[in-house]
Each structure stands twice: as C-alpha cells, then as structure tokens.
Design a protein around this ligand. Structure first.
Ligand code: GLY
Length: 375
C-alpha cells in the first residue's frame, strides 16, 4: 500500500510513523516540514489541565492520547537515538487571586469527573516545590500526570526517519477520479499517485480537498532562558489564571522556558506587541523571575481551529482520509491522531479507541453529506 501524507507537522509526521510501522510505503509532502504550529508549540501533554467546560467529547481523546505518549516517545527515541525533552515532573495550575482560585476549584470538579488525578494545594505548598512562584499565588492544582515534551525535538526525530520519502514541495491540488482521490499535483508540475492520501494540512485549503470548517487561531509564544545562576528557574509546567486569562510556562530540561500563548482570531500573521506584553505581564505574576530571563525567540503561528475544538479525523472518500483541525491539542493528540489516521488509511478498525470517539471526530459531523470538495 502506497500512502501520500500531505503536511509534515506533528500530525502528518506521527501519521507517517504509524503508517510505516504498519508496513505501508509512505511519501510525505511539505515545503517546510515542522515549521507550522508544531514549531511554536510548547509541548504540554496536559490532558487534565486542558479540560475546559463544555468539551466532554474531547476528554477521552486527550486521556487516551496522554496514555499513548510514554510508549510512543520511547519507540521514537529508541528508533532514532534522539533525546525528546520529555519532562514527567508534572504541572501546577496556579491561581493569582480568589476569583481565579474559585474557577480552578470548579474546573477541578470537571477534571475529577473526567477521571484525572488532581490535588488542590496551598500557595505555600506550591512554592515549596517550585520556589520561583510568586508569593501572591494563593493556591494551585497539582497535576502529577500532565507532562511535556519538546515538539521541535519530537518533530525532528520523526522527520529524520522520512529522509528518503520526504518531498519538499507545495501540493496545489488533490487529484480525484470521479468521487475518489487518486493522488496530488505539486507546484513544480509533477503529479503523484497513491492508494491512499492522508491530508494533515492544518488550516491550509487545497483545490480538490474536502472543505472543512477549519479556522486560523493565531498564537504568540516566547522562548526565554534564565541566567546561569538562576537555572533551573522551574522544574515543572506552571499554568495559571491571571485575572481570568490563561498563561503557561513550560521548562525544558536544557533550561529553556516557553511562555505562551495568545489566542487571536484577528487574521494577523505578524507578532502582536500587545499579546507579547500581556504574556510577560501575566507570566511574571506567576513567576516574577522571568523578567530576568533573556528572550531568545518570539514565534507566531496559526492553530487550526474547528467549531467544537475537536479535530477532524476520518475518511472523506475511498482514497482520502483527513486528519486536521487539532486546534490547541496537536502535540497532545499526536499519538492518537497519528495512529488513527494511519489505521483508517489502511482499512484497520481502530477498536482501541474510547467509545464514541470516532463519531466525535468525524469530518462529516457538521454536514449531512460528505464534506464538499472545492474542486
Ligand atoms: N497547546 C497550547 C496552546 O495552543 O496554546
């Protein structure tokens, strides 16, 4: 079976990895592999901390993918010899004031109902494990099983296994014969055919591809580095609510700290000065020491958002599977999305999925019929 995967972000790369494990011959196509949302991502594997109201169908997906992560990263690390920056120290979700603490208390109810282990701890207990936390933190939710990974290292490791099968080109058209996808056309004029095409193209729209309601949600992210005498500034992911605004700080084993992220639907691809200002302002309310750090990078990328914040993973026609719209959860859901996309392409029944999960991510869920092609 020859499968073309369009898009080499974390989802396309994870899909290609699973396809190869299942014996498929894979061609993966992207003009700039791993340079989209995956390049900006902080890499939180945080199924519990990502629980927000009204997204019940998302919880089992996040939980299942979080459980797949240790095995997935162990296999990738052993196949490539790469160090993936996995941090299993856990996460503290901190409250800046009483109103934020009340919100965290209520959210904890939803996290517990979804089956996650969390503990509400005092501000002083939080500071005992993370001394860089601000004295003003009045409480925190301790989530030991919410980890993080370095998405750039993970993408690079997955990419290192695609060298012979990677085509650095833009796909200009998904080619169909009748109702069935048979391949793709490239910007350089070439056409490639395959038994199956998997579209992991984020928010990009391609002629002939199914039209899905995926929108761009821009995120600005800073990368910081503490002065040597203050390293490590943090040992675990610090998330928090500051005046109701969410902010997170994700430390890497090498001392880098990722501070994120804005969430803008203003159509501006350039970095927003206001967003950077707010991130630093909110971040320093949780960890004042970030203001002594160097800013090593500011990155702005678009997340591919769907109307219900669930991805689109499923068959579009006899020759095409879509796997996109992962919004905030591309890194967290990569093991699940990669495995599911690969199995659907190869006609394997994903009987390991939680009940109802396949329907919840159906690309047809916002339309009565199949997604419409824009051919
Ligand atoms: N996954 C976190 C974010 O998108 O900001």
């Amino acid at each position: 079976m020859h499968v073309i995967v369009v898009g080499a972000g974390i989802i396309g790369l994870a899909t290609a990895w699973h396809l190869r494990r299942l014996g498929a011959v894979v061609t993966i196509i992207d003009p700039a592999p791993a340079q989209g949302a995956s390049h900006a991502a902080a890499g939180m594997i945080a199924p519990a901390a990502e629980v927000v109201w009204g997204q019940t169908p998302l919880y089992p997906l996040m939980r299942s993918s979080g459980e797949l992560y240790p095995g997935f990263t162990a296999e990738v690390a052993s196949a490539t010899g790469a160090e993936l920056g996995l941090n299993s120290t856990g996460t503290l979700v901190c409250a800046g004031d009483r109103a934020d603490l009340q919100t965290l208390r209520e959210l904890r109810g939803a996290q517990s109902a979804a089956g996650f282990t969390t503990e509400l701890i005092s501000g002083s207990k939080a500071r005992a494990v993370e001394p860089s936390l601000a004295p003003s933190i009045i409480g925190a939710v301790d989530i030991p099983d919410d980890w993080s990974v370095d998405p750039r290292r993970l993408s690079a490791a997955l990419l290192s296994m695609t060298t012979e099968t990677l085509v650095r080109e833009t796909v200009t058209e998904v080619v169909r014969r009748g109702d069935t996808t048979i391949g793709v056309r490239l910007a350089d004029g070439r056409s490639l055919e395959a038994d199956q095409v998997v579209l992991s193209t984020g928010s990009a729209s391609i002629t002939g591809a199914p039209v899905l309601p995926v929108r761009q949600v821009w995120g600005d992210v800073l990368r910081l580095r503490a002065q040597a005498e203050h390293t490590p500034l943090l040992t675990r992911t610090i998330r928090g609510l500051v005046n109701g605004r969410a902010v997170y700080l994700v430390p890497r084993p090498d001392g880098e700290i990722v501070l994120g992220a804005s969430s803008r639907e203003d159509g501006r691809a350039a970095t927003s000065a206001g967003a950077v200002h707010r991130l630093l302002q909110d971040g320093q309310r949780l960890v004042p020491g970030i203001l002594d750090c160097d800013i090593t990078e500011v990155t702005t990328r678009a997340r591919p958002g769907s109307p219900d914040d669930l991805p689109f993973i499923g068959r579009a026609d006899d020759g095409c599977v879509v796997s996109t719209g992962y919004f905030r959860h591309g890194i967290l859901l990569a093991p699940l999305g990669g495995r599911l996309g690969a199995e659907l392409a190869l006609g394997i029944s994903p009987d390991w999925l939680p009940d109802g999960a396949l329907d919840s991510v159906s690309p047809h869920r916002f339309s009565e019929a199949a997604p419409v092609s824009n051919a």
